[in-house]
Unconditional design. Structure first.
Length: 328
């Protein structure tokens, strides 16, 4: 394997990495199309593909202004794997040869492998029942929480419980080594939490109808999300970057997250565009939206179904792309 930086895209220089690496195929991702590299690949007989490609209407209009220069470059592409149906038409309009553009969906949004193990789900359902969390009652799950979020969101849960008396809470922190710290924080709020590993604090009779379970084990988040009524994504309120909501969405659950989802902006944009998730600016709006969902099960179901459909449209994108890359 030859690993090297891509050179500045200038005439003659573009041929240098081809002579050094002697590739059978060059695979570019999304919008990384370099004219001189493409020309050098064509002269060397090296197949060039563009995968996970997306071209907005705005970008297409900008490219059309330089059509005399852009069209010959796009004609050099042997394969273009696009994310959305509109992308295929836009690439064709810019010169991609007929039959070279294929709709595969987005590799980033491909939910393949995001499904939970059914046996694990049933095993955790039994754990949930033993902890006093009844499947017939609503369950709020806080997924991949970071420091400060457990205390803030548990306080919100206490207020919601005044309206929805049977509402249970499951907390799955991003770092399980913080479990003791989280239990102590919850105790200051008057919440006695059970720990998944069995090191539980005693709960009085008044608490048993709406218990709190702290998951201090790893590798179970995907299955726990299947057992929730609604999922709130952590690291999106008090930390930066957010966490991946895809697994909860693929479980068909209504998903909410805060304003700090910078690491997953394309996925967030997709879900919001299809009304398949809710993004809230703060804890107060989160509480309001959760209350509205818990009071209207049909609204809850529609939100979960819309998110699932948005990702399901990209199912198999990775395998489709690989198949096309290996076809010729």
């Amino acid at each position: 394997m030859v690993v090297l930086y891509s050179p500045v895209d200038l005439p003659l220089i573009g041929a240098w990495p081809l002579r050094l690496a002697r590739p059978e195929q060059i695979i570019l991702v999304e919008a990384e199309l370099w004219p001189n590299l493409a020309a050098a690949a064509c002269l060397a007989g090296v197949r060039m593909s563009l995968v996970n490609a997306r071209l907005s209407a705005r970008s297409e209009r900008r490219f059309r202004r330089f059509g005399f220069f852009i069209r010959p470059v796009f004609r050099l592409l042997d394969l273009v794997c696009v994310q959305e149906p509109g992308d295929r038409e836009r690439f064709a309009g810019l010169g991609v040869r007929e039959g070279r553009a294929h709709l595969t969906g987005s590799i980033k949004f491909d939910p393949q492998g995001a499904e939970a193990d059914a046996a694990q789900v049933e095993s955790l359902r039994a754990v949930m029942e033993r902890c006093g969390i009844r499947g017939s009652r609503p369950v709020l799950l806080l997924a991949s929480t970071h420091p400060g979020e457990e205390k803030m969101l548990a306080g919100m849960w206490l207020r919601l419980r005044e309206k929805f008396g049977g509402l249970s809470l499951i907390i799955v922190p991003r770092h399980v080594e913080r479990a003791a710290e989280i239990v102590a924080e919850l105790r200051l709020l008057g919440i006695s939490a059970r720990r998944r590993t069995g090191a539980v604090t005693r709960m009085d009779a008044a608490e048993t109808l709406a218990p709190v379970l702290l998951v201090d084990t790893t590798g179970e988040l995907r299955a726990w999300q299947c057992l929730a009524t609604v999922v709130v994504v952590g690291k999106s309120f008090l930390a930066v970057g957010g966490q991946n909501p895809a697994e909860a969405v693929m479980a068909g659950k209504p998903v909410l997250f805060g304003p700090r989802m910078e690491n997953f902006e394309p996925l967030v944009e997709l879900l919001l565009r299809h009304e398949g998730a809710l993004q809230v600016p703060d804890e107060l709006e989160l509480e309001r939206q959760l209350g509205a969902l818990l009071a209207a099960p049909e609204k809850c179901r529609r939100l979960g179904a819309a998110g699932f459909a948005a990702l399901q449209a990209h199912a198999g994108a990775t395998s489709k792309t690989v198949s096309l890359l290996l076809r010729e």
